[in-house]
Design a protein around this ligand. Structure first.
Ligand SMILES: *Cc1c(COP(=O)(O)O)cnc(C)c1O
Length: 348
């Protein structure tokens, strides 16, 4: 593993192995929780195969991002004054929590697209919050600027080997709890989660199909995989707000991991995500954010390939905007920037 330079940048190409993911598991235990993998009777019936849910919604900050953040903070050089990051909300919350636990400063840069509930959650953990611009790229530029001017170390939300190794621990746990798993569904944005989880799962069982799922508008990793190199896409508001943002034209790690280890990427519409969120609420009796619902969304939309055995999806977070969430479960329209997701009642 390559050490960080003073400015928090990696100087060499990075490689990552199953051993790094096992090391991350040791580093995060005691702060991040080993989450349960539970069956969904309703989705098992729809899928015609056992359907399991990994409940990252039960992490202390309400999302899996705590794993990568805690691992990255545990690897900071001795004497680090503080850290900075950009975030669509959950990474910032994880970094704020991990930095607080270590007693160092955290500055979280976010765009105006980030829901207020997420901003408030980060402030409550004692981090400095900067709201800049209309995209993740704007927030990222501010985070880099702060690192240079204030001597902070940047923790990327996905393109950092320690972050990816931390997220990969989810793959270890799923395979321990269900060694016969046939298909793993992973919500996909920057690819830190999908890259780490797929690396771990396939190192343990190369026959597992790992499928990234994301929204059909503004999906940077999907567009990049199709193009064969990292590309930029326009960021738009989505019910799956945690899946917004680019992968970075200078992507060092996750583009390659996703290209090597993902078997497929499935796109879901806002209406399908809406139905997925309703299903998690009414069928599973759980609250989850839009990004968590893409596995349910793809299954209910008939977009999943047939599985030869158990299927698992990751409920990645529960930090939903409650006003928008209430509209979804009561079947109302949800305005999203320049589009409106048409309301529909859940067919119970
Ligand atoms: C960050 C995030 C994702 C996507 O993870 P990437 O590593 O960026 O692909 C999915 N769900 C939630 C809730 C997230 O916060």
């Amino acid at each position: 593993m390559v050490p960080r330079s003073q400015k928090g940048m990696m100087e060499h190409p990075m490689t990552l192995s199953l051993a790094d993911i096992f090391a991350a598991r040791n580093a995060i235990s005691g702060i991040a929780v080993r989450t349960p993998l539970v069956p969904s009777p309703a989705m098992t019936e729809v899928a015609g195969a056992p359907f399991l849910m990994k409940l990252e919604t039960t992490q202390p900050v309400g999302a899996f991002k705590l794993r990568g953040a805690v691992n990255a903070v545990s690897r900071l050089p001795e004497g680090t004054k503080g850290v900075a990051c950009c975030s669509t909300g959950n990474h910032g919350r994880g970094v704020a929590y991990a930095a607080h636990a270590k007693g160092i400063r955290a500055v979280v840069c976010m765009s105006q697209l980030v829901p207020q509930a997420k901003v408030d959650g980060i402030r409550a953990l004692g981090a400095d919050v900067r709201i800049v611009g209309r995209s993740q790229d704007d927030a990222h530029a501010e985070s880099i600027r702060l690192c240079e001017s204030e001597g902070l170390i940047e923790i990327s939300p996905f393109d950092d080997p320690h972050v990816v190794a931390g997220q990969g621990t989810i793959g270890l746990e799923i395979l321990e709890d269900c060694p016969e798993l046939a298909m793993l569904l992973v919500p996909l944005s920057g690819g830190g989660l999908a890259g780490g989880v797929a690396l771990a799962a396939k190192a343990i069982n190369p026959a597992i199909r790992v499928i990234g799922i994301t929204m059909d508008r503004g999906a940077a990793m999907h567009a990049s995989l199709k193009a064969g190199h990292p590309v930029e896409v326009e960021e738009v508001a989505s019910l799956a707000d945690s899946l917004g943002g680019g992968i970075g034209l200078q992507n060092r790690l996750t583009f390659d991991l996703c290209r090597r280890h993902l078997d497929d990427v499935i796109l879901v519409t806002e209406e399908e995500i809406y139905r997925g969120m309703q299903s998690i609420y009414f069928d599973e009796r759980m609250v989850a954010e839009g990004a968590s619902a893409v596995g349910h969304a793809a299954l209910l939309a008939g977009k999943l390939p047939k599985a030869s055995g158990p299927i698992a999806t990751i409920l990645t977070g529960r930090n939903v905007d409650m006003a928008a969430f209430t509209k979804v479960v009561t079947g109302e329209d949800v305005p999203l920037g320049d589009v409106t997701v048409k309301g529909q009642r859940h067919a119970a």
